[in-house]
Design a protein around this ligand. Sequence first.
Ligand code: ADP
Ligand code: MG
Length: 773
Amino acid sequence: VMASMAHLQEEKLRLQEELLGLQEKLTAQENNELSRSLQLQGQVETLKAKLLEQAQEISQLRSELGDMDVEKDLLATENERLRQEVKACKGELRELRRQQQVPCQECAHLQENTELQEQLSQLQQEAEETRAKLAELDLEVQQKTNRLAEVELRLKDSLAERAEEEERLSRRLRDSQETIANLKAQPQQIKYIIKTVEVESAKAKQALCESQSRNQYLQEQVGMQRQVLKEMEQQLQNSKKTAAQLRAQIVMYEAELERAHGQMLEEMQAMEEEKNRAIEEAFSRAQVEMKAVHENLAGVRTNLLTLQPALRTLTHDYNSLKCQVRDFPLLLQETLQSARAEISQAIEEVNSTNRELLRKYRRELQLRKKCHNELVRLKGNIRVFGRVRPITKEDGEGPEAANAVTFDSDNDAVLYLLHKGKQVSFELDKVFPPKASQEEVFQEVQALVTSCIDGYNVCIFAYGQTGAGKTYTMEGTAANPGINQRALQLLFSEVRGKAADWDYAISVSAAEIYNEALRDLLGKEPQEKLEIKLCPDGSGQLYVPGLTEFRVQSVEDINKVFEFGHVNRATECTNLNEHSSRSHALLIVTVRGLDRSTGLRTTGKLNLVDLAGSERVGRSGAEGSRLREAQHINKSLSALGDVIYALRSRQGHVPFRNSKLTYLLQDSLSGDSKTLMMVQVSPAEKNTSETLCSLKFAERVRSVELGPVSRKAELTSWPSQEQLEVPKGAVPISPQGDSPGTAAPPGRGHVSPGPGPLSSRVASIRRKLQASG
Ligand code: ADP
Ligand code: MG
């Protein structure tokens, strides 16, 4: 027993040890279990928190969904409202179209309307699309909520499961704790309990494993759920965005619709106004027209009223006119007869007045001629004009070209020459300053020219130093012709004016005197020297045998003659300018007239002479031919001076024959002629001594008194001006001088009263006139 006791004791000790070990293990296991359960509790706790979060999120999502639902409802109501508005607009549009279709077919509003309609339909289409999208979104949201509900359900299930598991675990824990306590209390049973515990702990382990795996699965599911939730959140976000976009679009469409509506309203307003205005205008126009029509009607009515008496008088008049027309031919005949008689009487009267007038006109004409001749006689037979040419480029520059000639502003017959510091004054019949035109000069000369038509001999000659303007005054330039051409033109026009009663023939000759030789410038042989001879008919007239005479009838003829003369003159010399300054050029115009009614014949001669230069060349030591030329010029010019002197001093002998020039000009210088000396001078300082000589010569010539002019008329029956002029008791005597031309041929009615009591009387009148200014 002892041994068994000891053995048992040993056994007991071993068991106690084992128990201790087991207890230790158990506590360790307990601890382990506790920590695990704590862990699990913590996990459950976190899961619960997560669940709570998810539930919150879900509720949030639900509330958002609810918001979206509200928004959706709002949008749907707005959509509905817009649809209604569109419908109303459509109705309005239809109405408008109906209203405007007829009057406004070509109106611009129609087009706008159609555009607006198009826009509207577009908008409607877009609204439709949006609506479809909204429906889709609705569907999606529905699906998502369904899925959410499912997930919630599943979550609930898993939570319940988990709760159960927990419950079970905690129960088992309590059980195992109880078992441990029991074991502690009953060491005998410990082994068994330990075994149970061991078995149960294996079971517990397995359960733990299961719960762990379950936990894993649940976690996975939670993860999945979270993923789904995230996706859903994403989708929700997207749908929110789309909803916002749609809202913005809807706002835009609304604005557009508003605008379109506003436009439409405006247009409708404008149309309405236009329509009203048109109606008003038409109305007012119609009123005005109505008024006018009324007025017209009233006027027509009054007219009708006034016309009735007029009609009555008209019918009356018509009847009386009918009667008159019946009597008209008779009346006409009578009136015609009396008119004829009156007309013939009037014609008779006019004729007699005409005759009387013609008679008076002729008398006046004679009187005018008489007056003219008186005037010429009073002015003197030799008239002297001075012409001062302008300073030209040829005068050069500096003091030599300075102007030395001045004029008297009050007296156009006086000029002053500043010579060697002294002012010398000269009085001529007229002085032409440099600015005087060819036309002005000719106006002073034309009376002389026309007098040659009446049968007077006229001589115009230009005197002066070379370059003083002689040729310019006589010939002039093509653009501005001188006395020659103007004189012939005047003769032509005068002759034309007298063509009714007179037949005139005008002929010209051109000659040149060079070195005392006379040459025919129009002849076939211009170098041939011509002689001056007495007319063989015993008339005492001088003539030049062989001198060519051209009959001229127009300006063209004269120009041809001048040209011919120039050509002839130019072929005869090497330097025409020099030659022409050293020769005298003569243009002799003869005017022969016949008065058809009286048979009176007249012959007048117009001598136009461009003299050679008067400068004193001989003194400057010229030699040879130049000296000869100068001597000839001097001789002829001094012969001219002598002749004039003899005439002036009324000497018995006038030396006409001393030079060819004076001999040829005898007719023009003797008592029955009119003479004009145009003294040309240069105003330049360097020419003053020559200017002085020329002006002195001019004054000398001017004081010469010729006898009264006479006309060469071949019929005694014609009472000449001169006979009319001769005062009672004055007996015409034969002219002085040695010229044969001055002797009146026997049996001829050549009236040429010479210087005698008459001329002395004229001279005394002239002196008186000069004295009285
Ligand atoms: P002359 O014949 O006396 O030698 P000209 O008639 O040849 O002189 O004149 C000399 C120059 O002076 C010419 O060039 C001419 O054109 C010019 N002349 C002369 N008189 C006038 C005038 N009154 N007006 C303009 N130029 C003139
Ligand atoms: Mg000349």
